[in-house]
Design a binder for this molecule. Structure first.
Ligand SMILES: [Zn+2]
Length: 268
């Protein structure tokens, strides 16, 4: 795949490589935002990015980027019921095979452009930058995104995609800010790869420990401590048997136990 870098240069990277995957999923986020703007022009765009399963940021270097998301400020209650029309518009954008053109502009131009397009959130970001800052943009058709890239060279490379879920997300992760709508999706170079991934997600859902724990009567989770399972008698047996077996095995092999954490007593 051809990847367009921030400095305008082109690189070659496969979908299996970190750069290729980031550009692929990041471009998918742009396609989603473009579709949203075409369908609901009053919507304000915030930010989008490629992310890892279960993690929105921070450790992408170690876990492959498996999906993307984009945050929007809608004038109506957007829900999963809107997915079919958004996906249909995304398919059109892929088919149009739009070229992603990278360019830089000064802050004044960027601010004017974003204000004219009614992109209040992006104008707010620009207002915080230094006046001499050079801003990187990617344009695909009528859609303009303030973005450092990298991106695919053409939208047609995103052959298969699926919107996955919708969630509320405070702007900049701060609860004092406005609640935006975050749309998650995933994308692949082929329908077969997408299908395989969706099957894997479905299997993972079936084996979700929170679901199995409840169904098998192993442990209970309460609102007061969502990360703390309260083990039920059956669950304690399941927990204890392998624990005791490995403990005995260690003793038999001449090992010894070293306490590594004492609850309620922070080690200094
Ligand atoms: Zn981007």
């Amino acid at each position: 795949m051809k990847i367009k870098m921030r400095d305008g240069s082109m690189k070659e990277a496969s979908f299996e490589e970190a750069l290729g995957r980031e550009a692929f999923r990041h471009t998918s986020a742009h396609i989603l935002a473009q579709a949203i703007k075409r369908l609901y022009p009053d919507t304000k765009c915030a930010m989008g990015q490629a992310i890892s399963e279960g993690f929105d940021n921070g450790i992408q270097d170690r876990i492959p980027l498996s999906k993307f998301h984009y945050d929007f400020d809608f004038t109506f209650r957007f829900s999963e019921e809107n997915f079919p029309e958004v996906e249909a518009e995304m398919r059109k954008i892929v088919k149009e095979n739009l070229q992603l053109r990278q360019f830089t502009a000064d802050r004044q131009w960027a601010l004017r452009e974003m204000e004219e397009r009614g992109e209040d959130i992006k104008a707010e970001i620009l207002g915080e930058l230094r006046p001499e800052e050079e801003i990187s943009f990617y344009r695909q058709g009528e859609y303009l995104e303030m973005c450092a890239g990298p991106h695919l060279a053409y939208t047609s490379a995103v052959r298969a995609f699926k919107l996955l879920s919708v969630a509320g997300a405070y702007w900049r992760g701060d609860e004092r800010n406005k609640m935006l709508t975050r749309i998650y999706g995933t994308s692949f170079p082929s329908e077969d790869m997408l299908k395989e991934h969706l099957n894997r997600l479905e299997e993972a859902r079936r084996r979700d420990h929170r679901k199995l724990g409840r169904e098998l009567g192993l442990f209970a989770l309460f609102q007061e401590g969502p990360g703390f399972p309260f083990f039920l008698p059956k669950g304690l047996i399941v927990k204890k048997i392998p624990w005791e077996a490995t403990r005995t095995g260690r003793w038999l092999r001449g090992g010894c136990e070293v306490p590594w954490r004492i609850w309620g007593c922070p080690m200094r």
